[in-house]
Design a binder for this molecule. Structure first.
Ligand code: XUL
Ligand code: CO
Length: 433
């Protein structure tokens, strides 16, 4: 045991009326919601990078956190792992997620990076065994080191493509070894700063080829988890190729990979793309590529990716409604891709941030389940489209313009507008919150 979380108890469910900061009010892991324990709906994961690797910088100031593991040695990496697993157990989160660069010291070469990663993977394996905590997904950080400044797969320099491909291979190996349930690709620098120096055609082909290699390797190694792409429109690059769910779907179709790759959808990224979170979730469901979520929230005033812990239950209820309509998670889960504010220096801040986020998710899930079980919203949606279920509606889909024009003339078709009843539906949603 380290003394990082000294004095902080394991968090238990005490119900909505408790006065205890260190308790769940809504997250009751074994409570059955729509026929399944809440923990199996929510499948929470903690993110290693924000909680343990982020130093607290912003564009105007550097490190505010001063953790004892902030040094590039294997000893420090192991201390960081000890503290991380202590947090997972205090919170009772079943999963975690990591990038290679979060967990191992940066080496001077690919070989050194790989050796360091392998050593920490063995250390993780022991800790996972001892605690029962599992890996939701692994990924490669192909955006922080200066070698990736002009992209990884989409870099103009083939050596960077090669270094990136080799790094992805080692991270897929690590994920597989630890029994990870997914492998994520987020291309933070797969985009451009200016078209003046960018060959978009080449870069898109390079990204497509890299993705094909990832899928091929997944099958070669027998990895049974899902490959997930995490869309984001910009930041760090001015424009990112994986802009949003619909854009990524077009990309997957172009390279014939729509049956191989699913989406990891992040709340804050949806907002940056000018969408709501539920829009992105619904789009992925309709396209058959819904996979997993990165749960967080962006500040609507700041216009950048603030990665805050989620706390807006009415919004989250609408998001979970779409998750439930998608049939829930299979290999996916809810990764808290969220970080403390840089002034939140205490160990308890990290715990309470997760407690609040987990409770908000649970409250959102319960409201969404009630909405779905009650069926009023779905009934209203179905009623709105009922014309399409009639014989005439069904036939219309198989007609052509000529025959439709004839029938509109013959039947004197002259539709009257029908209310969309938005306010009535919004009032209905409020009753479940
Ligand atoms: C960045 C982001 C990443 C991915 C994993 O905005 O969300 O942390 O989740 O690389
Ligand atoms: Co993310």
């Amino acid at each position: 045991m380290t003394d990082f979380f000294k004095g902080i108890p394991a968090i238990k469910y005490e119900g909505p009326n408790t006065d205890n900061d260190y308790a769940f009010r809504h997250y009751n892991p074994d409570e059955v919601v729509m026929g399944k324990p809440m923990k199996d709906h929510l499948r929470f994961a903690a993110a290693y990078w924000h909680s343990f690797a982020w130093p607290g910088g912003d564009p105007f100031g550097g490190q505010t956190f001063d953790h004892p593991w902030f040094s590039d040695t294997m000893e420090a990496a192991k201390l960081k792992a000890d503290v991380a697993f202590e947090m997972f157990q205090i919170l009772n989160v079943p999963y975690f997620c990591f990038h290679d660069a979060d967990v191992r010291p940066e080496g001077n070469s690919f070989a050194e990076n790989t050796k360091n990663l392998e050593e920490i993977v063995d250390y993780f394996a022991q800790k996972m065994d001892a605690t029962g905590v599992k890996l939701l997904w692994g990924t490669a950080n192909l955006f922080s080191h200066r070698r990736f400044m002009s992209g990884a797969a989409t870099n103009p320099d083939p050596d960077v493509f090669a270094f990136s491909a080799a790094t992805i291979k080692t991270c897929m190996d690590a994920t597989m070894k630890l029994g990870g349930e997914n492998y994520v690709l987020w291309g933070g620098r797969e985009g451009y700063e200016t078209l003046l120096n960018t060959d978009m055609g080449r870069e898109r082909q390079q990204a497509g080829r890299m993705l094909q290699m990832v899928v091929d390797y997944k099958h070669k190694m027998g990895f049974e988890g899902a490959i997930l792409i995490e869309p984001k429109p910009q930041e760090p690059t001015k424009h990112q190729y994986d802009y949003d769910v619909a854009t990524v779907y077009g990309f997957l179709k172009e390279f014939g990979l729509e049956g191989e790759v699913k989406m990891n959808i992040e709340q804050g990224h949806a907002i940056l793309a000018g969408h709501s979170f539920e829009h992105e979730l619904a789009m992925a469901r309709e396209l058959g590529i819904f996979g997993s979520i990165d749960m967080n929230r962006n500040d609507y005033q700041s216009g950048w990716d603030t990665d805050q812990f989620p706390n807006n239950v009415p919004e989250m209820a609408l998001a979970y409604y779409e998750v439930l309509r998608a049939g829930g998670f299979t290999t996916g889960g809810a990764n808290f891709d969220a970080k403390l504010r840089r002034q939140s220096l205490d160990a308890e801040d990290l715990i309470l941030a997760h407690v609040g986020g987990m409770d908000a998710c649970a409250a959102g899930l319960k409201a969404a389940a009630a909405m779905l079980e009650d069926g009023k919203l779905e009934a209203a949606r179905n009623a709105r489209y009922a014309g399409w279920d009639t014989d005439a509606g069904k036939t219309l889909m198989n007609c052509d313009l000529d025959s439709i024009a004839e029938s509109v003339l013959a039947n004197k078709t002259n539709p009257e507008p029908i209310s969309g009843r938005q306010e009535r539906l919004e009032n209905l949603v409020s009753r479940y919150l």
